[in-house]
Structure formats: structure tokens, C-alpha cells
Write a protein that binds this ligand. Structure first.
Ligand SMILES: Nc1nc2c(c(=O)[nH]1)N[C@H]1C(S)=C(S)[C@@H](COP(=O)(O)OP(=O)(O)OC[C@H]3O[C@@H](n4cnc5c(=O)[nH]c(N)nc54)[C@H](O)[C@@H]3O)O[C@H]1N2
Ligand SMILES: Nc1nc2c(c(=O)[nH]1)N[C@H]1C(S)=C(S)[C@@H](COP(=O)(O)OP(=O)(O)OC[C@H]3O[C@@H](n4cnc5c(=O)[nH]c(N)nc54)[C@H](O)[C@@H]3O)O[C@H]1N2
Ligand SMILES: [Mo]
Length: 758
């Protein structure tokens, strides 16, 4: 399951960068755009990216400026994402006749992505070695046959990745519910689920409370557990403006990340010449999972805003008692940050006049105590009165470009009653009420045989999920796996008894002039209209595919007329407006330049919580700790990937070229273990149900706290136990796994030059 059977020459290492952006970023974008397909198609696509009237960048959910946009509101990694989607090269029947599934499984993820766009529906028949072409009608009939043969609708699971538009996602959740199940796992379960759980409980809305305007008014911006230089590059321009205006930015991250240190704006002359704006005025290298302790320490030092606390909050007395009882030596030990540095951070926040924004991403959400940690950050904001105030607020930085919108329109295994009742009224159906399976739940259910059909609207379930060996076994036990996809990936190759590939249009492509819409990280709903000629004739759009599945599986029921709905997306939007609050006049407003903001009660200091107030939490202080001699491994993204899509083997800002099977380690830890730079080590993770091994990673010394290790997702996913999840959100703990390392033994597999990793 490693996908790395091709020879990896071994990485080249240079010193990590001191800033992000600059000419290298432009050069890299050009290489990706020109390299793949010739400039014309890629260049045309880029000119349309995130422009009013263009399409929404598929790479991340950072918002576009509300007013004026610079000529190209794009970034290096947006360019890579578009170039990857806008490839002219296609794969269809000849490709799949040439390559058996077994052959394709031996290729790397990067190789899969480079083959081209999926061009026609394909089926893998029972026992067959190769995919073969299948007509759309037969494909939908096979899916319907398998779904209808189930003893219960709950034996199916409908996964969604966060690229699906609001329109596709709304139809898809209605399909699942009309069929009779709430088994709607999504990538968000592995992503910001912890943020949603924490924020809903604390402030009554599972989303952030800031807009870009707030960044223009903030005095202090904290960037916690996030690597924006790679994953949200357009955010650096926002941070740069704030810092140039005099705001202070603080980075809280175990690893020194170039994009947090400085930024050379590739669209400004000075930036192109390499003149970088320093970003973080202070950089706290917290221990992995030490953030709860760090923020508790900050809270201990803060002077509170008594008016805000009395008027708007509940639970403060208990929290204050907890603070008083917390000892500094515990805080320092668990956070790895000195009391002095924590006091300085608290002073900075106090000096910021409550105009404080805290941003975070996967470094906080993928931990056992993630929900408690994010609630601790809310505690600090509540003490300061820094929610629902100009220049202040909470900012979970979303990943996939429409992951937030998908949730808004019903992609969730436990949508609240109000939503289900409204859906039932509009659609004339009776949605099931019991909670469905989330992502980890679906893995387990497929493994134990209680889910037998797996349908995916985008994504790459086999590679994105934890415990790769376990998940592969789970998928292989199903009767059918069905993937709606743009590009070949491992989830087409690790399949059920039968398998379907349903190829769809990408965001950048002309869908007969129709527009779809997406919600960004700050609750702005915007139109997206592709302009490129579709990669192949005969591709269907996602809403069309979902509607055709609906027609074949449940037929027209209640008020649902599948073809009619998908025939004009305005009709789907009318239905969304009827079901989800905040979409009033959706069809008109989505066509306005810049779109519209969804209402956000917490921003207005209306707290839709159990108590009607913003709620302090009082979680016990803890941090992930491992046995003597072991390390805490986090899995993260390189600069050359979008989740499981691997664009190339480099990680420029961290100084890595030409290799992904590497493990970053603290230099002293390496010395103590007698591990030299570039030496090969095996990684073993330890969990009550046993050990998992990933072999032959090159050790790279890196500036990070002792006792920590880092390796790339998805190569290291095999080490993440399915049972290791966050409390209260069930998110896999991809940022904290207990491992040991040992020198790799002699090469075992002469054919591949190294053993197949488990
Ligand atoms: N180009 C590109 N863009 C992307 C993606 C991509 O793969 N490529 N993925 C998209 C998606 S779906 C998402 S969710 C986002 C992900 O965006 P990020 O969250 O930035 O992604 P990761 O690489 O997982 O980075 C995690 C960061 O958290 C730090 N970290 C790890 N553990 C801890 C901890 O315990 N405490 C603290 N304070 N820091 C910690 C790591 O050192 C690292 O800098 O990006 C989105 N945008
Ligand atoms: N160890 C570890 N595991 C992780 C993480 C981690 O940090 N560490 N991060 C987690 C996070 S934050 C996330 S969000 C998940 C991501 O999980 P997923 O969303 O499942 O994975 P992606 O790699 O984003 O999916 C890529 C595939 O989506 C398909 N695709 C791309 N564009 C489109 C489109 O427009 N339509 C359709 N239908 N298909 C399309 C392509 O076929 C492509 O191969 O992974 C999670 N897994
Ligand atoms: Mo994500």
C-alpha cells in the first residue's frame, strides 16, 4: 500500500527556506502549467482562477478579497492544482486494457496523477484483472442493482470529498437520505471535525467568526498548527498586509516553517526580487500536542474582560478555579515552552486591545484532545472578549475549497433535526433520523462486513484514511466500490468485488455554461463557472451523475424529479434555499460579483449553545506522551502535493528535493540514536492492538523539539491506528502517533530494491 515501488533515487537536502514565495514560486507555477500541457490551456485556466465570473480555485478555501482583485488571484499551489485538473491528456479504454489493476497498484501516486484525466466510465467485473469500458446506463444499473440488493440502506456508505459544489453535494445527501441512510462520511471527518465540534459547543456555530476585513483591523494574529506557505499561500498576502500595517503575528508550530517566517510576494516587484516581509515576530516551537498546555498558560496570565464575561459567557468561575490549580511546571513540561515566553505572549495579547485573531488547521485538529485544545483557544478569546468584535475572532482555516459548503448543505452523518425536517418537507420524503457512519465508522463497518457498498463523490478514501492496511482490507470486503472522480487514484485499485469509475467534469471546465457555487472558509458563497473545453466528450457533471444515480436507485419519489432538478441548477439552488437558512434569494445573490455572506450568529454575539451563552470549558490538562525511547510522529503535507495527489517529489521550503520517503527528526535525537543524515530507518507505531511498520524512510535532521518526528501523508498513514481518534470528533490522530525507529535491515526484495512496505 505504499505506492512507492518505483525507485526513489533518495532525497537531496539543502537548508530549509527562510521565507515563502518570491521568484521560485513563480518559476514553479510556470513549470507546472507549461510542463504538463503547453501554456495555452493551463494559462487560460489560470487567467480565470478566482476572478469574478471565473471558477473557484480547487486548491484551498482561503477567501478572495471582497472588492478589487489583483490580476491573478492565484498562487503557486493553486496553479499546480489547476494544471493537474486541466491536463489535456486522458485515459480511457486503451490505457486500462494496457494496465491491469495489479500493474497500476505497483505505480506511485505521482505516476497515477500524471497519466491524465479519466475519460469514460469503466467497470471492473467480478474476478477481472482489468477495467473495461461500460456505458453510463449500464454503470448506473450496476450500482442500482447492488444497492437494491442490500438488506438495509445502512449497508451502504456515501463518502464526499470537499471539492463537490453545493449543488452536487445537496443532491448527493438527498440521494443518501431518500435511499434511507445517514451514512455520509466525508473528508471533513478527518479534517476540521474537531473545530466544528469545539466551536458548536462553545459558541453555537461550527465555523469561524472572522472575515478578511477583520484581518485588516487585527492587532495580533496567531497562526497555530498550520503551514500556510504551502497549504494556504494566498493567506500570506493577507498576513503580509496586516504585518506591514503594524499588526503582530505569532507562529505556534513545532517545526520552523518558511511560510511563517517571511513572505516575498510573487506579484510585487520587491517580492519577485526576493525582498521578503518578515512575518512572525515570535515563533514558539511548541511540543506536538502541547497547545492545550500553552493556551492554559496564556489564560493563567491574562487579565479578563469582566463586562464581556458577565454579559456573554457561562462557566467562567469553574474555569478560573482550574487555572488557579494548574502548575507552571506542568504547563512548561507539556507545552515545551518556557513560562517567560508564555507570559510574553499573554502580554502581547493584552496589548492588542482585544483585536486578536487565532488561525489554526490540522496541527490542532488531528489529536486525541483536539476538541479540548480548540475549546481552550476559545476560552482565551472569551477572556479577552475577542469574539464578535471587529479585528478579532476565531479562524479555523479550511482545507478543501468547498468542504465548509458541503457541510452547510447536508453532508454530515448527523445533521440536526431542523435540517432533516426541512429537507423532508421540501422533498416529500422521510429521512432517517439515526446517526450514520462517519469516516472511521465506515472503515470499521466495511471491515466487519456491515457496510457492503461504498460510493464516493470525489476523494481518495483508500489513501486519505488512516491505517492503510486495515482500510484496504475493508474496501476489498465490499461488494461494490463506486468512485466519481476526475483523476486515477489508489481508491480505484483497492476495490470491492466489483468496481466502477464514473468520470466527471472538473471545476475549470465548461458545464454547458452552467454555474455552481462554493462556500469559502469565511462563509462567503460564490459562483464558480468553468470555461475550459471538457477534457473528454461525454463526461458528465457531478450534479448530473448524482441525479442519474438517484433516478436509477430510488427513482422519482415524493417531490423529487432527479432529471428535472439536475437539468437546471437554479432549481437545485431553490431547493437549498428552501431547506437551509441563510440562502434567501440564492439565485440572484450568487450571481452578484463576490457572492454573499451566510449569516453567522456568533459574529453578532448570538450564542446558539445549550445555555444561550458562550461557554467556557474546563478540560483536564494533558498532552500526548510516549514511553521512554519512543517518539511522537506527526504526518504532514509536502509543498508538492494536494492531499493524496502528488505533484512532484520536492518540498522546497523544507529544503527537500527528490524524495518523499523521509522522516524529519530532531538532530540530538538522531545523534543519541546513532542515526546519521539520510540513513534509512524503519518506523514502527505502537498501539494496544499491535504494531504497524513503515520501512525505509531517510532520516533528515530538522529544527524541531526533541522527541518529535514528522513524515509525509499519505506514505505514513499505514502507521496511524484506526482506533486512535479524537475524543468528541472521531478524527484520526494523524498528528500524534507513538513510534520507535530502528535502522533498516538489508534489502529484502531484489525486484524493487527495497521491501514492499506494509
Ligand atoms: N498545496 C496544498 N494545499 C492544501 C492542501 C494540500 O495538501 N496541498 N490540503 C488542503 C487541506 S484538505 C487542508 S485540511 C489544509 C491543511 O493545511 P495544514 O494544516 O497547514 O497542513 P499540514 O501539512 O497537515 O500541516 C500541519 C502543520 O501543523 C504543524 N503541527 C503538527 N502538530 C502540531 C501541534 O501539535 N501543534 C502545533 N501548534 N502545530 C502542529 C505542523 O508542523 C505543520 O506545520 O490545506 C489545504 N490546502
Ligand atoms: N495521515 C494523514 N491523513 C490525512 C491527513 C493528514 O494530515 N495526515 N489529512 C486529512 C485531510 S485534512 C483530508 S481533507 C483528507 C482528504 O481526503 P480526500 O478528500 O478523500 O482526498 P484527496 O486527496 O483530496 O482526493 C483526491 C482525489 O479527488 C478526485 N477529485 C479531484 N477533483 C475532483 C472533482 O472536482 N470532482 C470529483 N468527483 N473528484 C475529484 C481525484 O480523483 C483525486 O484523486 O485526508 C485526510 N488524511
Ligand atoms: Mo482537509
Amino acid at each position: 500500500m505504499s505506492g512507492m515501488s518505483e525507485e526513489e533515487p533518495g532525497p537531496r537536502v539543502s537548508p530549509p527556506g527562510k521565507e515563502a514565495g518570491g521568484w521560485p514560486a513563480v518559476a514553479s507555477s510556470l513549470r507546472h502549467v507549461v510542463g504538463r500541457d503547453g501554456l495555452a490551456r493551463g494559462g487560460r485556466a489560470l487567467a480565470r482562477l478566482n476572478q469574478v465570473g471565473g471558477f473557484d480555485c480547487p486548491s484551498c478555501a482561503w477567501p478572495d478579497p471582497d472588492g478589487e482583485r489583483s490580476f491573478a488571484e492565484f498562487c503557486e499551489n493553486g496553479a499546480k492544482a489547476v494544471a493537474s485538473e486541466a491536463m489535456k491528456r486522458t485515459i480511457g479504454r486503451e490505457f486500462f486494457a494496457r494496465h491491469s489493476v495489479a500493474d497500476l497498484l505497483e505505480r506511485s501516486d505521482e505516476w497515477h496523477d500524471k497519466q491524465g484525466r479519466l475519460a469514460e466510465p469503466m467497470i471492473l467485473r467480478e474476478g477481472a484483472s482489468h477495467y473495461e469500458p461500460v456505458g453510463w446506463d449500464e454503470a448506473f444499473a450496476v450500482l442500482a442493482e447492488e444497492l437494491k440488493a442490500l438488506d438495509s440502506p445502512d449497508e451502504a456508505a456515501f463518502y464526499t470529498s470537499g471539492r463537490a459544489s453545493n449543488e452536487a453535494a445537496f443532491l448527493y445527501q438527498m440521494l443518501a437520505r431518500a435511499f434511507g441512510t445517514n451514512n455520509l462520511p466525508d473528508c471533513s471527518n478527518m479534517c476540521h471535525e474537531s473545530s466544528g465540534a469545539a466551536l458548536s459547543a462553545a459558541i453555537g456555530v461550527g465555523k469561524g467568526t472572522v472575515s478578511l476585513d477583520d484581518f485588516a483591523a487585527a492587532e495580533v494574529i496567531l497562526c497555530v498548527g498550520q503551514n500556510p506557505g504551502t497549504n494556504h499561500p494566498r493567506m500570506l498576502a493577507t498576513l503580509e498586509s496586516a504585518v506591514e500595517r503594524g499588526a503582530r503575528m505569532v507562529a505556534i508550530n513545532p517545526l520552523k516553517e518558511a511560510g511563517l517566517i517571511g513572505f516575498a510576494h510573487p506579484q510585487k516587484p520587491a517580492g519577485l526580487l526576493g525582498r521578503a516581509t518578515p512575518l512572525a515576530s515570535s515563533y514558539l516551537q511548541v511540543r506536538v500536542n502541547g497547545d492545550l498546555a500553552l493556551f492554559r498558560g496564556v489564560a493563567k496570565c491574562l487579565r479578563d474582560d469582566p463586562d464581556f464575561i458577565a454579559r456573554e459567557t457561562t462557566g467562567y468561575d469553574e474555569y478560573r478555579r482550574l487555572l488557579a490549580g494548574t502548575r507552571w511546571d506542568d504547563i512548561e513540561r507539556l507545552s515545551g515552552v518556557s513560562r517567560r515566553a508564555i507570559e510574553e505572549l499573554a502580554e502581547l495579547l493584552a496589548a492588542g486591545g482585544r483585536r486578536v485573531i487565532t488561525c489554526w488547521a490540522m496541527g490542532l485538529t488531528q489529536h486525541r484532545n483536539a476538541v479540548a485544545t480548540i475549546r481552550e483557544i476559545v476560552n482565551v478569546h472569551l477572556m479577552l472578549g475577542a469574539v464578535g468584535r471587529e479585528g478579532a475572532g476565531l479562524c479555523p482555516v479550511r482545507g478543501h475549497s468547498n468542504v465548509q459548503g458541503d457541510r452547510t448543505v447536508g453532508i454530515w452523518e448527523k445533521m440536526p433535526e431542523a435540517f432533516l425536517a426541512a429537507l423532508d418537507r421540501q422533498a416529500g420524503i422521510r429521512s432517517p433520523r439515526g446517526h450514520g457512519h462517519d469516516t472511521v465508522g465506515s472503515m470499521v463497518a466495511m471491515h466487519d462486513g456491515s457496510v457492503k457498498v461504498f460510493v464516493a463523490l470525489g476523494g481518495n478514501f483508500a489513501q486519505a484514511t488512516p491505517d492503510s492496511g486495515f482500510t484496504a482490507e475493508a474496501l476489498r470486503r465490499t461488494r461494490l466500490t463506486c468512485q466519481v472522480s476526475t483523476k486515477l487514484n489508489r481508491s480505484h485499485l483497492i476495490h470491492g468485488r466489483r468496481a466502477l469509475i464514473l468520470p466527471c467534469l472538473g471545476r475549470s471546465e465548461d458545464d454547458a455554461g452552467r454555474l455552481v457555487s462554493c462556500e469559502n472558509s469565511m462563509g462567503v458563497v460564490q459562483a464558480s463557472r468553468g470555461r475550459l473545453q471538457p477534457a473528454a466528450a461525454g463526461l458528465l457533471s457531478e450534479p448530473e451523475i448524482v441525479a442519474r444515480i438517484g433516478e436509477a436507485v430510488v427513482g422519482d419519489v415524493g417531490r423529487i424529479r432527479w432529471r428535472w432538478l439536475a437539468g437546471d441548477y437554479d432549481r437545485i439552488r431553490d431547493w437549498i434555499e428552501a431547506v437551509v437558512p441563510g440562502f434567501d434569494d440564492y439565485n440572484r445573490r450568487v450571481r452578484e460579483p463576490g457572492g454573499f455572506y451566510l449569516p453567522n450568529a456568533a459574529k453578532q454575539r448570538k450564542w446558539n449553545t445549550a445555555s444561550g451563552k458562550a461557554e467556557f470549558s474546563a478540560a483536564p490538562l494533558d498532552a500526548f506522551e510516549v514511553a521512554e525511547g519512543r517518539l511522537i510522529l506527526q504526518t504532514l503535507r509536502s509543498h508538492d502535493q494536494f492531499n493524496t495527489t502528488i505533484y512532484g517529489p520536492d518540498d522546497r521550503y523544507r529544503g527537500i528535493g527528490g524524495g518523499r520517503r523521509i522522516v524529519f527528526l530532531n538532530p540530538d535525537d538522531m545523534r543519541r540514536r546513532g542515526v546519521g543524515p539520510l540513513e534509512e530507518v524503519d518506523l514502527t507505531s505502537h498501539w494496544p492492538d499491535g504494531e504497524r511498520v513503515a520501512r525505509r524512510f531517510r532520516a533528515i535532521p530538522y529544527d524541531m523539539p526533541p522527541g518529535m518526528a514528522a513524515a509525509y501523508f499519505p506514505e505514513a498513514n499505514v502507521l496511524v491506528p484506526a482506533g486512535s481518534v479524537a475524543l468528541g470528533s472521531n478524527t484520526p490522530t494523524s498528528k500524534a502517533i507513538e513510534i520507535s525507529i530502528a535502522a533498516s535491515g538489508p534489502v529484502e526484495d531484489p525486484k524493487h530494491g527495497h521491501p514492499r512496505s506494509s
